[in-house]
Design a protein around this ligand. Structure first.
Ligand SMILES: C[S@@+](CC[C@H](N)C(=O)[O-])C[C@H]1O[C@@H](n2cnc3c(N)ncnc32)[C@H](O)[C@@H]1O
Length: 523
C-alpha cells in the first residue's frame, strides 16, 4: 500500500476524541517521564533509536502503561479487555485511532470480548521544553525499524521525531512573535514548538498526509491548531511574510526522489539553496529563518563560497557546518536509512552505484551538513554580516538564545567602529576558562586558549594581551583604559596596543567570549 493518500489515518476533525484520548494517556502516565520510569534509561534510549526489543522485554507486565506502550509505540495488537478501562475505546475506534485486529492479525468481530485492537498511527510522548506533555503522531512502522532502517519504503511515509528534528527545535530562536512558518512540517514537531511563542503558526508540506498528521499531533498535544497549507517550498504561502521561518527540509542529496521526507528531488543541493535564497522575501524586518541543510563540496570551489552565494540580500547569515562526509559514507548512510542494505545485494549495489554516478557527474567530493540562520535587517542591506564556519565539536542545546545573541552582537559590532569600541566596556561571558597549551615543563605556554563552558562551547587562541584583557573585563573600565594599563605593565606604547588590539576584541565579541555592556563603562 502506498501512503501518499490519507488512508488509515484517524479523523483530524474530531478534537473531542483527541482531547479525550489525551486525558486518558495522561491519566495512565503515558508521558516522557512515565516512559522513562517504566522502561529504564537503556530501553528508553533504544526506542529512540527505533530498537524495540528492550522495550518489549520491559513491558511484559499487565498494567495500563505497559498496554499503551505496546499499542502505540511497539505496534503490537493488545487485547480489548486490557484497554477497556484505559482508553475511550468506542470513540477511538470510530474516529480511526484504533482498529480491530484478530489474534492472528485478522479483523475480529467488532467489539467482541477476546478481540484485539491495534493502533493506526505511532503516538510518542514528547516532553516540551517547559515540561509540557506533548505527543508526536507519525506513521506506523517508521520508528520501529531498528538497524533495518525505517522499515517502510512508502514514498509518502511520515516520520516521527529524529535527531535532526530535535536539533532544529533546539537552535530555533524562541522570542515571542506574531507569525511562524514551519515549511515541510512532517509530524508537526516544529509547528508544535512554535505554538508556545508564535501567535499564528502556519505549517506546510508537499505531502497531504503530513499535514493531516500535524493536525493530529497538535490536537493530541492540547495546543492551538495551525494553519495548514499543501504544496512545494513557499508556493502554498504566496507573498505572506513571517517573523520566524523554520525548516528541516528533505535535504538529502540523492539520485532521484524516492522518499518524500528526505529526497528533495531537485537535483544536488538545489532544494536547500532555493529554500534559503527565497527566504529573504518572506521574512519581516528582524525575523529569523532557520534551516538544517546539506550542501555539496564541489571540486574547484570553496564550500564557504557556495554557502555565501545562497544568502539573500537584506539578510545577515550564520552558517555552521557541523559535519562533512565523503561521498561513500554519505551514500551508505542514506542507503541504510531506507533499509536498502537489507535487500537483494545486487539491488543494493545498483543503488549505491547510481548514487556515486550522480556525485561524479556533479563533481561532488563530499557533503556538508549543518545549520543556516538568516536574520532580516535594514542594516544588512548595506553591510551584511555573513559568518560561515566549521564547528564539529559538541555544543550545549538548546542554542536558540545563543543564536539570538550572535545577531545582537553582529548589530553591536556594526554600530561600533574601533574608536567607539575602545570607549565601550565588556564583561567576560559566564563559564569561560583559560587553558595554556605547551610542552610539559616549558616556562611559557605556546598558546593560550579561551574556552566556553556553555552554548557553542567555542575555543579560541588569544595572545597575552587578549588573555589579560579578557581576564579583567568586568564592565567597570573602558576597553581603552584596560589596554593602557596592560601597555604600562608590559612596557609597550599604549597607542600601539590601542591600534592593534581592536581586531582581537572584535573576534572575542563576535564569538561570544566578551559581552558589550549596554550604556558603556560603569567607571
Ligand atoms: C525531514 S522531514 C522534516 C519533518 C519535520 N519538520 C521534522 O523536523 O522532523 C521533511 C518534510 O518536508 C516535506 N517535503 C518534501 N519535499 C517538500 C517540498 N518540496 N516542499 C515542502 N515540503 C516538502 C516532507 O514531506 C517531510 O514532511
Amino acid at each position: 500500500m502506498s501512503r501518499t493518500s490519507l488512508d488509515n489515518l484517524p479523523a483530524a476533525d474530531r478534537s473531542d476524541v483527541a482531547s479525550a484520548l489525551r486525558d486518558a494517556l495522561l491519566q495512565a502516565e503515558f508521558t516522557a517521564d512515565g516512559l522513562l520510569e517504566l522502561l529504564g534509561a537503556p530501553a528508553y534510549a533504544a526506542l529512540a533509536r527505533s530498537e524495540t526489543v528492550p522495550a518489549l522485554r520491559a513491558t511484559r507486565g499487565e498494567g495500563p502503561l505497559e498496554a499503551l506502550v505496546r499499542l502505540f509505540l511497539l505496534q503490537q495488537p493488545v487485547p480489548r479487555e486490557r484497554l477497556a478501562d484505559v482508553l475511550p475505546l468506542p470513540a477511538c475506534v470510530e474516529s480511526g485511532w484504533l482498529r480491530e485486529s484478530g489474534p492472528e492479525g485478522e479483523a475480529g468481530p467488532e467489539g467482541a470480548a477476546g478481540s484485539e485492537l491495534a493502533a493506526t498511527v505511532d503516538v510518542r510522548p514528547y516532553g516540551g521544553p517547559d515540561g509540557e506533555d506533548w505527543f508526536i503522531v507519525s506513521d506506523l512502522g517508521c520508528a520501529v525499524g531498528g538497524a533495518g532502517g525505517i522499515g517502510s519504503g512508502d514514498e509518502g511515509v511520515v516520520l516521527g521525531v529524529g535527531g535532526a528534528s530535535t536539533t532544529l527545535a533546539g537552535i530555533t530562536v524562541r522570542t515571542p512573535v506574531a507569525s511562524a512558518l514551519d515549511l515541510g512540517t512532517g509530524s508537526g514537531i516544529q509547528a508544535l514548538h512554535a505554538t508556545r511563542h508564535a501567535t499564528r503558526v502556519t505549517a506546510t508540506d508537499l505531502n497531504a498526509r503530513a499535514l493531516h498528521i500535524t493536525a493530529l499531533t497538535l490536537a493530541l498535544s492540547g495546543v492551538p491548531a495551525a494553519e495548514l497549507a499543501e504544496g512545494s517550498l513557499y508556493a502554498p504561502v504566496g507573498e505572506a511574510t513571517y517573523d520566524l521561518i523554520v525548516s528541516n527540509p528533505p535535504f538529502v542529496i540523492s539520485p532521484g526522489a524516492r522518499l518524500t521526507y528526505r529526497d528533495g528531488g531537485m537535483g544536488g543541493d538545489d532544494l536547500c539553496r532555493t529554500l534559503v535564497q527565497q527566504a529573504g522575501d518572506r521574512l519581516n524586518e528582524g525575523g529569523y529563518a532557520q534551516f538544517l541543510a546539506n550542501w555539496q563540496h564541489v571540486d574547484g570551489e570553496e564550500w564557504q563560497e557556495r554557502l555565501r552565494s545562497w544568502v539573500p540580500r537584506g539578510c545577515d547569515a550564520w552558517v555552521v557546518q557541523r559535519e562533512v562526509q565523503d561521498i561513500t559514507q554519505y551514500a551508505e548512510l542514506w542507503l541504510r536509512d531506507a533499509g536498502d542494505h537489507r535487500t537483494d545485494p545486487a539491488a543494493y549495489a545498483a543503488r549505491y552505484d547510481a548514487w556515486l554516478d550522480e556525485f561524479e557527474e556533479r563533481g561532488v567530493r563530499a557533503v556538508g551538513f549543518g545549520w543556516i540562520t538568516l536574520r532580516r535587517s535594514e542594516a544588512a542591506a548595506e553591510a551584511p554580516s555573513v559568518v560561515v564556519e566549521e564547528w564539529p565539536h559538541p555544543v550545549e542545546q538548546p542554542l536558540g538564545e545563543t543564536v539570538r545573541a550572535h545577531f545582537a552582537r553582529v548589530d553591536w559590532l556594526r554600530e561600533h567602529d574601533d574608536a567607539a569600541l575602545l570607549e565601550a566596556s565588556f564583561t567576560l561571558a559566564g563559564e569561560v576558562v583559560q587553558e595554556q597549551v605547551g610542552l610539559p615543563g616549558a616556562e611559557d605556554p605556546e598558546h593560550v586558549v579561551l574556552r566556553q563552558g556553555r552554548g557553542m562551547r567555542r575555543a579560541t587562541k588569544v595572545d597575552t594581551v587578549g588573555a589579560g584583557f579578557a581576564g579583567v573585563c568586568d564592565g567597570t573600565l573602558s576597553a581603552g583604559r584596560i589596554l593602557d594599563a596592560i601597555a604600562q605593565l608590559m612596557g609597550e606604547e599604549p597607542v600601539v596596543l590601542r591600534d592593534r588590539t581592536p581586531a582581537q576584541i572584535r573576534t572575542l565579541v563576535e564569538q561570544g567570549f566578551l559581552e558589550p555592556v549596554p550604556g558603556g563603562p560603569a567607571a
